[in-house]
Design a protein around this ligand. Structure first.
Ligand SMILES: *[C@@H]1O[C@H](CO)[C@@H](O)[C@H](O)[C@H]1NC(C)=O
Ligand SMILES: *[C@@H]1O[C@H](CO)[C@@H](O)[C@H](O)[C@H]1NC(C)=O
Ligand SMILES: *[C@@H]1O[C@H](CO)[C@@H](O)[C@H](O)[C@H]1NC(C)=O
Ligand SMILES: *[C@@H]1O[C@H](CO)[C@@H](O)[C@H](O)[C@H]1NC(C)=O
Ligand SMILES: *[C@@H]1O[C@H](CO)[C@@H](O)[C@H](O)[C@H]1NC(C)=O
Length: 622
């Protein structure tokens, strides 16, 4: 490694552990880690760019090599040392070169810094401090995060955590890879012109933004959607960056998706799993997008027997004990989704919510919802559910979340003749007395004792018949969660996508079940929808659905950047999907994602009933 990009330091390293006459850029070098770790440097000079609670940052003389940062963190917790310098001071100092990673963050990258600074001398004051203006001086790449994400699914590839940046310590390729780009500015003062917020602030008031530079995946609200890039690999949106706590103690504003902020100048650091810009001072809100959420254009028809409108909504731990929550979801379904004929619901809690008291039935939760919808719109839904075994399906302890359907009984009913399944009954495809296909338990759960469903929600399958006799089959699913996954900008590459192996086998179980229907009737009308907790760009997880089920967005030709139902970190992303069988696909499908929750303004974020956006589709059964 030294012989390739750091040959000149070899002599220094061998000669002594005390080095003189070096520059900040020598310390940073062109790779992730410093070539001079452990060395004590003397007479290091630079201009102070910013001060923080744990030291200050300097900028040294720049070099033409864009892989090499000329910014550096000078770490000290000694306030008297910090008090000796001010931004604009030309200083010289000595100290030890270190790669710092905070305790308890083994998946973080290290920060190059000088610790134990000493001999601080201020040569002059009020020198010009010139930030790098991103978008003018340097621009981030827009597709990939790391050269180590080598699989076909890029940052979403499996196996995950197959290599580590810290171990490889490759020479940076800042024009190609986002993590390399931000690393090449580590410790440097940068300006983000015209930042636009990509999400609500997190619980620490930190906000993801893009700036005035080229981006890909831009959606109509101003967010960055996970899409497939031109190279056919998932686009990880490396051109976004998170704005941390302002260095002067001011507070970031309550931004939300699409909000325009004043220019941000701050220092690039790595902490809490991501490259951050720590602003000198909090930005202010300059522009806000229109607060209105469009209502769906997909309308239910009582007279068209062939056409069905299908809603899908993860209602986030709904309990009858929170009328505000129930009424909020009811208003969404009645007003913004315009009462679809059937709604696939996920995260319906039992009648006593998260109280861990052995209650599993959720009929009060569902009747509270359907009553609330009726009082808003006059539409009366019936509901069906299968209660899980107490605390066996994951989610909030005691809550017993399950999937359920609400549906318009005057338009269609469950195919009669077979019993409702219990929590451990496995439903199968059978013929009824008329020779038509139905399920042995209707509704019933799919293979509920299979290992794929351990500690996770079992899919709810149902066979339906319209008043004029057309049959269709539905599977409502809620796959195991991603929680505990590694940050997208962490050390492990590709990032650890927790539960992806379980989600993959869950999708395989559903695929096998759907195939048993299609074996009996290749033209069966089948809708599989719900919260998959996975993006279709994680193609390895969806392989088993290939040529069996087709995603509504794909059939409808929805612009890929508008395919999102969730905001997480920098990304607008789609966790919720509606898939249909070939027969339905052949008649055309329409679908819309209604951003009732993720377009919420900052005033309403805490009051929004769910963090998922619902979807509405129109399908034709005949
Ligand atoms: C290097 O720093 C030391 C300690 O601050 C100082 O005494 C010395 O004059 C400096 N040497 C040069 C060449 O600047
Ligand atoms: C992902 O990484 C974790 C942690 O290294 C490992 O336990 C898991 O098996 C990996 N899963 C996949 C699907 O690569
Ligand atoms: C990645 O794998 C290594 C072992 O190779 C393990 O020590 C580390 O914890 C894993 N990282 C994550 C984020 O799971
Ligand atoms: C936020 O939403 C609430 C409720 O819909 C509305 O009253 C308020 O005017 C909105 N505020 C902004 C800044 O859009
Ligand atoms: C809920 O289920 C219980 C037990 O089957 C039943 O007694 C009750 O009437 C149901 N309530 C509603 C509102 O459906």
């Amino acid at each position: 490694m030294f012989s390739t990009h750091l040959g000149r330091y070899l002599v220094l390293l061998l000669a002594t552990t005390n080095v003189f006459g070096i520059e900040v850029t020598d310390i940073q070098g062109p790779a992730f880690k410093s070539p001079l770790v452990g060395q004590t440097v003397h007479n290091l000079t630079g201009i102070v760019t910013a001060k923080g609670p744990n030291g200050f940052w300097i900028s040294g003389a720049p070099v033409a090599d864009t892989r090499v940062s000329n910014g550096l963190s000078i770490f000290t917790e000694d306030d008297s040392i910090i008090a000796q310098v001010a931004p604009g001071d030309m200083v010289s100092l000595s100290g030890r070169v270190a790669e710092f990673r905070s305790n308890g963050s083994p998946n973080d990258l290290t920060i190059t810094e000088i610790d134990n600074p000493a001999n601080i001398e201020v040569a002059s004051h009020n020198n010009a401090v010139e930030p790098v203006i991103i978008g003018r001086d340097r621009s981030p790449p827009t597709q990939q995060l790391s050269a180590l994400d080598t699989g076909g699914d890029g940052f979403l590839a499996v196996p995950n955590n197959s290599s580590r940046i810290d171990v490889t310590d490759a020479t940076l390729q800042p024009d190609k890879f986002g993590m390399d780009f931000w690393e090449s500015l580590e410790g440097q003062l940068v300006t983000i012109p015209n930042p636009v917020a990509l999400d609500f602030p997190n619980s620490f008031g930190e906000i993801w933004v893009r700036g005035d530079w080229a981006v890909t995946g831009l959606n109509s609200r101003g967010g960055l959607t996970i899409t497939l890039g031109p190279d056919g690999r998932p686009d990880a949106n490396p051109e976004a960056v998170i704005i941390g706590r302002p260095l002067d103690g001011t507070r970031n504003p309550k931004a939300f998706l699409g909000v325009g902020l004043s220019d941000i100048t701050g220092v690039v650091v790595f902490q809490f799993g991501f490259f951050y810009v720590l602003p000198l001072s909090a930005p202010s809100i300059i522009t806000t997008p229109t607060p209105e959420v469009p209502v769906t254009t997909i309308l239910s028809s009582d007279t068209d027997e062939c056409t069905l409108t299908v809603g899908d909504y993860n209602v986030d731990n709904m309990t009858p004990r929170s009328p505000t929550h129930v009424n909020g979801v009811a208003r969404h379904i009645a007003t913004f989704l315009r009462n679809p004929d059937i709604v696939f619901l996920q995260e319906i809690q039992d009648n006593t919510g998260s109280t861990d008291d052995g209650v599993v039935i959720g009929n009060l939760t569902l009747s509270a919802l359907t009553t609330a919808i009726a009082s808003i719109s006059g539409v009366r839904y019936n509901f069906i559910e299968i209660a899980p075994v107490d605390n066996e399906d994951g989610g909030e302890p005691g809550g017993n979340i399950r999937q359920a359907y609400i549906f318009k009984p005057e338009k269609f009913q469950l195919v009669p003749g077979f019993p409702v399944g219990g929590s451990l009954d496995s439903t199968t495809v059978v013929s009824d007395v008329s020779g038509g296909l139905t399920f042995s338990f209707n509704p019933g759960r799919i293979d509920p004792t299979n290992a794929a469903w351990i500690d996770s929600r079992k899919p709810l399958a149902a066979a339906w018949q319209t008043t004029s006799g057309h049959r269709f089959f539905t599977v409502n699913l809620h796959l195991t969660s991603k929680s505990g996954s590694a940050s997208t900008q962490g050390d492990a590459r590709p990032p650890v996508n927790l539960g992806v192996d379980q989600r993959t086998s869950q999708i395989e179980r559903v695929s096998a079940f759907v195939q048993t229907i299609l074996t009996e009737d290749p033209n069966a009308n089948i809708v599989v929808a719900g919260d998959f907790n996975e993006y279709v760009q994680t193609r390895s997880a969806f392989t088993s659905l290939q040529d069996i089920l087709f995603e509504a967005d794909e059939i409808a030709g929805v612009d890929p950047v508008e395919r999102y139902t969730f905001l997480f970190d920098q990304n607008s992303e789609q966790l919720d999907h509606i898939f249909v069988s070939g027969a339905i696909r052949s008649r055309g499908v329409n679908v819309e994602h209604i951003h009732v929750n993720n377009w919420a303004n900052a005033t309403t974020v805490t009051a929004r009933p769910s963090d998922h956006d619902p979807s509405v589709a129109e399908i034709h059964l005949c």
